[in-house]
Design a protein around this ligand. Sequence first.
Ligand code: G
Ligand code: G
Ligand code: MN
Ligand code: NA
Length: 253
Amino acid sequence: LELEARLRTAIAANELILYYQPQMDAPSRTMTGVEALIRWNHPTKGILPPAVFLPIAEEAGLIYEIGTWVLREACRQMKSWHDNGGPLIPVAVNLSSQQFHQPQLVSYIRAILEETGLPPQYLELEITESMMVNAAVSVEILKDLNALGVRISLDDFGTGYSSLSYLKHFPIDKIKIDRSFVKDIAQNDNDKAIVATIITLAQHLNMLVIAEGIETKEQLDILMHNDCRDIQGYYFSHPLPAEELESHFFVPR
Ligand code: G
Ligand code: G
Ligand code: MN
Ligand code: NA
């Protein structure tokens, strides 16, 4: 409860921050995108991960305000990077289920894009299968988002239900292979088969595919051998504060 009260003031107090994790084209070692990941810079507890406060935010109804802040801040930062010699890459933002089902979602994303000046193709929205409890409702939301021109990516792919029917009916641009399949890929032939099959599926559906949670060279080699170039994970980088991303990953263009 103390944390909840404190969280209510955290936005105004500028205590929420975004970290950015690079998404790399493995063969060329170039950054092709970043995922924005929220942190709370708590005055006494230090940097808190989302698992500690997002459930509280959802419970307390603060998730809408926080979710809007994340979208605006991610778009503002990316536009600023684009304008100041940074890479012309998209930023991926995670949506919560409550946010996804907000009636105003599409209109406020449009407003944030206009306000920040970020072209829509540079915003990628990460959703999960678990959000799509009602397929008929979800497909309408996704069509509206698609019409806005933003990219849709399916996060934690393979861990929910009915993935294949979603892929058939929904306007999805990119699949993120969940890190649970990557973790033991060097030891477990079933995991390797699942990952290889997801990659092939994405290719045949003309979708982008990225593997998450790559921590070792061995995992990376298996993915590249299976024709997956897009890689996100600690092997390349942990999520970083904006200034650290700039100093470690920006190259002159
Ligand atoms: O960054 P970390 O590994 O601690 O993230 C843990 C979880 O929190 C991940 O599932 C991630 O998708 C989620 N998360 C991180 N940032 C955000 C955000 O801005 N909004 C939402 N809804 N979820 C986020
Ligand atoms: O659920 P989602 O995919 O949004 O979660 C993303 C989170 O996964 C990131 O915030 C990050 O903290 C975590 N993550 C990213 N790369 C790795 C990795 O290589 N290993 C592990 N264990 N976690 C990772
Ligand atoms: Mn994600
Ligand atoms: Na994931």
